[in-house]
Design a protein around this ligand. Sequence first.
Ligand code: SAH
Ligand code: SF4
Ligand code: F3S
Length: 447
Amino acid sequence: MKIYIKTYGCQMNERDSESAAALLAEAGHTIVYTEEEADAVILNTCSVREQAEIKAIGKLGIMKRLLYEKPHMIFGIMGCMAQSRGEELLQKIPHLDFAVGTDNIHALPEIFEDLAKERAKIRKDARFGADTPGIDAHRVEEADKPYCAFISISRGCNRFCSYCIVPYVRGRERCREADSIVKEAEMLAEKGVVEIMLLGQNVAAYGMGDVLPPIPDDESPFADLLERISAIEGIRRIRFTSPHPAFFNKKLIEMIARLPKVCKNIHLPMQSGSDRILKEMNRPYNSAQYYKIVEDLRSLVPHINFSTDIIVGFPTETEEDFNATHALMHKVGFDNAFIFKYSPRKGTKSSKMTDDVPQAEKERRNQVLLAELEETNKRKNAALVGETFELLVEGPSKRNAERWSGRTDTFKTVVFPKPENIKEGDFIHVKVTSATSMTLYGEVVEK
Ligand code: SAH
Ligand code: SF4
Ligand code: F3S
């Protein structure tokens, strides 16, 4: 069967889609990249904000038209919304054939086998459980960027930030054994992968069990994991997302600084700069502790940069709270920020609070922070003109195929005229010649 998987949500979902594709391909199916070519479409769904759910449900509605031409077409959902609302959606949406929970990706080949046998019948399948076989299945050769791979190191989350639905849909945190993660990284390196992205909802807490912040300074199983993966020949770059600031300790900071392969771009979700709102969010750190991590890392690695997640319009957020967020954002000078308008999620603690910041005000606060980000980028990018960076080559740039682009270890995109004899996944050196707030431009140089 020709199967198209469309992914919504975060990198965990991207990674799960890849596992699903690998398992289905192994079972003899063909993975295709448009719904027109497909006999079956799986939407890998997200629940983190209401808009994410609306999008996927809307897409299912629109795709119903495909049934006119291909009455045998199969529709399924996987991912977070399938986990939390699978049964309900199977009832509500008659052309939806199956729903697979976040820990049941390995059930997909079997579901398709059953569906193929019983084509005529509409088959409802909701399989939810706790185990996660197939988590290490990859499709390196077919990947968009075959030189770069994601590894899930943990699933679920124990934090229960008051606004967040993830612990409810993905369950409690389960960490994989370090040996199995290292083995997966070695296998990927053998296939030519040079960059690894480690994924988890709270990677800094990897292997810590049930300890609550404040955590001790001298132990970090995640730092140990970084060290082991760093030792793998062939792996040149290691990234990770996301670490919770309350689990960032001295050992982790020093390890990041000490290991050259660990990329010097840290995604450090701040959520708010107001200590009162952070408390309401059940984020056990304050703005000073947050900033100290940034300072400590910068003192060891001056060129390190940061990205973040911020929520505007959390219930009771005043102008003063918002200004504190704006001020902390300005002080840190993020190179990237994902800014979200608060969206109440059913079952979470904050959904019991009144969603009292008007939509227009959330939008305004969003715009203020986006303008702040652009301003920072303009200033910081201009300061990089004249500097030379090592780039991992990603291929032709979006607008002009004569120009290629690549990433610095700080995750900056640099666009350059394509010289002969380079290919995607190569490392080259580029000197930056000009910059905008979005992009750096440069020329290839000998090191
Ligand atoms: N585990 C990751 C985040 C996963 S969700 C971490 O803690 O960093 C990604 C981002 O979505 C969060 O960082 C948060 O900024 C945002 N988010 C989560 N729930 C939200 C909600 N109810 N409304 C708006 N944004 C939300
Ligand atoms: Fe959600 Fe908080 Fe867990 Fe991140 S750490 S997934 S924001 S509960
Ligand atoms: Fe969305 Fe699930 Fe990721 S809710 S953000 S896809 S963990």
